[in-house]
Write a protein that binds this ligand. Structure first.
Ligand SMILES: Cc1cc2nc3c(=O)[nH]c(=O)nc-3n(C[C@H](O)[C@H](O)[C@H](O)COP(=O)(O)OP(=O)(O)OC[C@H]3O[C@@H](n4cnc5c(N)ncnc54)[C@H](O)[C@@H]3O)c2cc1C
Length: 291
């Protein structure tokens, strides 16, 4: 099979790239894996995608998928399993080989989870992985943030501007985050620091309480409305690792036109090195990459 533009991944970045590429008259193929939609499918309420005061992820992504198909993009429910970027050739899990003039990698990223019982059920019901996305739902409430890196401390500071109080939980006394960020956290009166590991998530329909185990073996119970898990994200780059430049976090490095270190290969959305990972930024990346 041959096409002008091959897009790997059908989240907001891949689907927007598909809309722009197909509307430009290019034969566009999208590899969507099991289903199009990406991470946004995991969220019930999105309040920061312009044009919608509130929309659920499934509705928004179904609409983007429909728009990409209507524009003429061919969406295949297949996963890319092997890629030779220099030859612009990709094999899928149905053993199809697709050759393209240009490739756009839009495979996204995954938030690391705590792997605690009940965590999956509490996602969207108290457990969140993104303060910018969900902080607004916890206005004037008490929340906790887990993690000790730049993103955890940034999330804690962001939430301290919205919530009544924030408990920052990290397994060690010292933070891995930049010193300037740690200093800001230390001087923010709304942030309370706790050292230990979250060991239990408790609640009926929503998360209500967590238990934290300290290094000395003490267990404390904290009542909270929300728990923000900020222990890192993993970009989905196994397919292309070793073939193009990645940053120290494993994200794909691009120029302002989203082109990677391999000519004719572009990256868009959460998989690329970028300061903000949101639906709106993924869509913007996809549009630029397709252009
Ligand atoms: C719980 C949750 C809530 C969120 N809430 C918000 C919010 O309120 N507002 C907001 O703006 N953002 C929110 N986000 C973040 C937002 O969803 C992401 O920034 C956005 O989805 C990134 O889009 P993307 O297209 O780059 O990647 P993704 O959405 O991750 O999509 C990538 C797709 O590529 C597929 N893929 C990976 N490898 C392959 C392969 N080899 N072959 C084929 N397909 C492949 C993946 O399965 C996935 O479907 C939230 C995220 C989560 C997890």
């Amino acid at each position: 099979m041959e096409c002008n533009t091959l897009i790997i991944g059908a989240g907001p970045a891949g689907l927007t790239a598909a809309i722009y590429s197909a509307r430009a008259g290019k034969k566009t193929v999208v590899l969507a894996g099991a289903a199009p939609g990406g991470q946004a499918l995991e969220t019930f309420e999105i309040e920061n995608y312009p044009g919608f005061k509130s929309v659920d992820g499934v509705t928004l992504m179904a609409s983007m998928t429909e728009q990409a198909s209507a524009a003429g993009a061919e969406i295949l429910y297949e996963r890319a399993v092997k890629a030779d970027l220099s030859l612009k050739s990709v094999s899928t899990d149905t053993e199809k080989i697709i050759k393209a003039e240009k490739i756009i990698i839009a495979t996204g990223a995954k938030h690391r989870k705590l792997s605690l019982p009940g965590e999956e059920n509490f996602i969207g019901k108290g457990v969140s992985f993104c303060a910018v996305c969900d902080g607004g739902f916890f206005r004037k409430k008490h929340v906790a943030v887990v993690g000790g890196g730049d993103s955890a401390l940034t999330e804690a500071l962001y939430l301290s501007g919205i919530c009544d109080s924030v408990t920052l939980i990290h397994r060690r006394e010292e933070y891995r985050a930049a010193k300037a960020l740690a200093d800001k956290v230390l001087s923010e009166p709304k942030i309370r620091r706790v050292t230990g590991n979250v060991t239990k998530l408790i609640g009926k329909d929503r998360l209500e309480r967590i238990e934290v185990l300290s290094a000395s073996g003490d267990v404390s119970s904290i009542d909270i409305s929300g728990l923000f898990v900020a222990i890192g994200t993993d970009p989905d780059t196994q397919l292309v690792a070793g073939q193009l430049e990645l940053d120290e976090g494993g994200y794909i490095v691009t120029d302002a036109l989203m082109e990677t270190s391999v000519k004719g290969v572009f990256a868009a959305g959460d998989v690329r090195a970028t300061p903000l990972r949101q639906i709106v930024t993924a869509c913007a990346d996809g549009a630029i990459a397709a252009k």
